[in-house]
Design a protein around this ligand. Structure first.
Ligand SMILES: NC(=O)c1ccc[n+]([C@@H]2O[C@H](COP(=O)([O-])OP(=O)(O)OC[C@H]3O[C@@H](n4cnc5c(N)ncnc54)[C@H](OP(=O)(O)O)[C@@H]3O)[C@@H](O)[C@H]2O)c1
Length: 283
């Protein structure tokens, strides 16, 4: 069986390749399809075949997908250019037995800007006639624990998500789910809402950081525009900062509280807890 993983040099992509190997996939049956093969020496060392696959250069995609039976399209990080890039992938994927796409939670029903490119990609995949599986990955736990150094320095976590609860899971959880889907026979035509089993508020996150670090950290809620401005001040591109703040406000309305249980069911274990994520981030 030949399994191709795009964006395999990204954080999620690398974890998927490792999860496939952990599940017993033959290294020689895995293709790491990457934008820049020079960054993939660690993957090549695992015995995985590395091929160039740049979403913006369709000719590389056709070559990279030759012989692919199952293809995981990991969504691009190029927000704003993703629809065109993903459509290039879908076109080059004609003929694969299963196209798996990492989408976003409630891509078609929560109409925030961040979901628009995922919704358009899902639509194109459904219209393509290729057997597909959609993995709607909710927020990564690592997004909420990535900046704990600054939170510990200032004693505060800032956001605009109010008292909303977020069902986040770790990248490793989502990667394992992708590996399960890519090595199982039963999931084409399915859209999974993948999310953590243990929803939490940002105040609960701050309390957990306080408990584990011994230093008091509180959550302070900001109005949407103020939060977007602050992110931009910290160097987040303005358009993306606005999208993140919009998403936070959607979280405050519990719009990213996902109770499907799909993720823990697929991986056969409970998802990573916020306590585990904080502990990993504080190492
Ligand atoms: N659920 C969430 O909370 C969440 C949060 C952030 C992002 N995401 C989405 O999930 C995706 C995977 O997450 P991640 O943590 O692995 O992100 P990441 O580490 O930033 O990886 C993004 C990957 O996209 C690749 N890429 C960008 N432009 C490309 C192009 N033109 N052709 C081929 N590959 C291209 C990058 O290639 P290089 O390795 O060459 O840079 C990288 O491998 C992200 O790209 C984003 O769409 C989800």
């Amino acid at each position: 069986m030949s399994i191709t993983v795009t964006a395999a040099t990204g954080n999620l992509g690398r974890l998927v390749v490792h999860a496939l190997l952990d599940r017993g996939a033959e290294p020689g049956g895995i293709v790491a399809a990457v934008r820049d093969p020079r960054k993939a020496a660690d993957l090549a060392a695992l015995g995985v075949e590395v091929r160039e696959a740049d979403y913006a250069r369709p000719e590389t995609l056709v070559r990279a997908f030759e012989g692919a039976e199952r293809l995981l399209l990991i969504s691009s990080s190029a927000a704003g250019a993703r629809i065109e890039q993903h459509l290039n992938v879908v076109e080059a994927a004609a003929g694969v037995r299963q196209l798996v796409y990492t989408s976003a939670a409630y891509a078609d029903t929560v109409p925030i800007a961040m979901n628009a490119e995922h919704a358009a990609t899902e639509e194109a995949i459904r219209a393509s006639g290729i057997p597909f599986t959609i993995l709607r990955n909710n927020w990564y736990l690592e997004n909420t624990t990535g900046n704990l150094g600054r939170a510990l320095e200032n004693g505060v976590i800032l956001g605009a998500s109010g008292e909303g609860r977020l069902s986040a899971a770790s990248r490793a959880d989502y990667a394992e789910a992708a590996a399960v889907v890519l090595t199982s026979e039963y999931c084409t035509g399915t859209t999974y809402e993948l999310a953590g089993d243990h929803p939490f508020t940002m105040a609960e996150l701050a309390a957990e950081v306080t408990r584990q670090s011994g230093r008091e950290v509180v959550y302070r809620n900001l109005p949407q525009t103020e939060y977007a401005g602050l992110l931009a001040k910290f160097g987040v591109p303005e358009v993306f900062a606005a999208m993140l703040a919009e998403r936070d406000v959607a979280i405050s309305r519990d719009e990213f509280l996902v109770e499907s249980g799909d993720l823990s069911r697929l991986i056969g274990r409970p998802t990573t807890t916020v306590a585990d994520a904080v502990s990993a981030a504080l190492q």
